[in-house]
Design a protein around this ligand. Structure first.
Ligand SMILES: Nc1ncnc2c1ncn2[C@@H]1O[C@H](COP(=O)(O)OP(=O)(O)OP(=O)(O)O)[C@@H](O)[C@H]1O
Ligand SMILES: N[C@@H](CCO)C(=O)O
Length: 321
């Protein structure tokens, strides 16, 4: 589920009335997602998404996220556009939480991406990197290398209840990256969570990107590594080279990787697998009692990490040079 906060009907009606988006006809809680509470609003004008930002999202970051979606939409990227209320504000308060209404995007996300989807998302990611180039704001990536050790420490000895030796494996990996993480790669706005559930398609063509709530300023190639992890592995944890080739070629059809980025790709893939391993591990070990949310499997990323540890060359991901 992802409806953590229930909204009383009268509060919702008063909130929606501030936005001049017509009268509310229907509202439905959205089950997908794990971070925020999302509702589908149907008004006399159109469909919209109402998001109540839960504890995970720092309210201080909302101007970055909202400003970024507005900027990317202005640059022609298809992403949710925040709606302004009658005072010109995109973020208000509802049921005690910061809340915003954004436009509804057509399309559906795919559970099992095919090669065409991978090519499309590679291209879409590069377009996002280009479109973000002149966005004036910056946000530090709180889940970059310095953020991994505190998460691993939070998991502590309990990591080994998930898989024997996991705590030691994670710590060794963190130490390796702390010593040698590549610096000075081309950077800018990255999505940082462009998993298949955050990309919409209509008939195999990418139709929109959502969920910008991990977006930050970091290396472009790190974002690409996140996509290789989340789009190009099969259910049995084998890497699908054809999908990797398609994703990388799709990316490079818009933006060519520099030699430094190509050289760093294996380590960036390892690091991004570790990032999702540690965040999933902490969530797995801390499911709030009675919560209806199903934690994501940390070991999926332990298996992906094991693959990356054997890789030495970006060609192993399908790069053709
Ligand atoms: N602008 C939009 N247009 C159409 N559907 C949307 C839109 N935004 C969100 N959704 C729907 O709501 C679901 C949850 O949204 P989202 O992924 O942003 O939630 P979240 O809790 O922040 O997710 P995550 O688990 O990835 O952190 C999506 O899977 C999608 O079905
Ligand atoms: N994409 C993340 C969830 C948070 O968006 C994961 O799969 O671990």
């Amino acid at each position: 589920m992802a409806v953590y906060t229930e909204v009383p009907d009268d509060e919702l009606a008063a909130f929606v009335a501030r936005y001049g988006i017509g009268d509310l006809l229907a509202v439905k809680g959205i089950a997908e997602g794990v971070s925020n509470s999302n509702f589908l609003l149907h008004t006399t004008q159109a469909f919209f998404i109402l998001t109540l930002y839960e504890e995970r999202v720092d309210a201080g970051d909302l101007p970055f996220f909202i400003g970024l979606m507005e900027h990317l939409a202005r640059r022609g990227l298809i992403c949710p556009l925040p709606v302004k209320d009658r005072d010109g504000q995109a973020v208000g308060q509802l049921a005690g939480r910061p809340a915003a209404i954004v436009t509804f995007l057509d399309g559906i996300s795919v559970r099992r991406p095919n090669v065409t989807h991978c090519a499309e998302v590679g291209r879409g990611l590069a377009l996002l990197h280009q479109a973000g180039a002149d966005f004036g704001m910056e946000r530090v990536n709180s889940l970059a290398v310095p953020g991994w050790r505190p998460l691993a420490e939070q998991a502590g000895a309990a990591a080994d209840t998930v898989s024997p030796g996991l705590g030691r494996r994670v710590m060794a990996e963190i130490e390796a990256h702390e010593r040698s993480w590549p610096q000075d790669l081309p950077r800018g706005v990255i999505h940082a969570d462009l998993f298949p559930n955050n990309v919409f398609f209509i008939k195999d063509r990418l139709s929109g990107l959502i969920d910008f709530y991990f977006a930050c300023t970091d290396a472009f190639a790190y974002d690409l590594a996140i996509c290789l992890n989340s789009w190009c592995f099969e259910a049995d944890a084998s890497f699908n080279l054809t999908k990797g080739q398609a994703l990388l070629a799709g990316y490079e059809s818009v933006r060519t990787l520099t030699p430094a980025e190509v050289g760093a790709l294996p380590q960036l893939c390892r690091g991004s697998a570790l990032r999702f391993l540690v965040t999933r591990l902490v969530d797995w070990l801390n499911v709030p009692p009675g919560a209806l949310v199903k934690p994501l499997d940390p070991l999926e990323y332990d298996r992906k990490l094991a693959f990356h540890q054997r890789v030495t060359d970006a060609r192993d991901y399908g790069l053709k040079r």
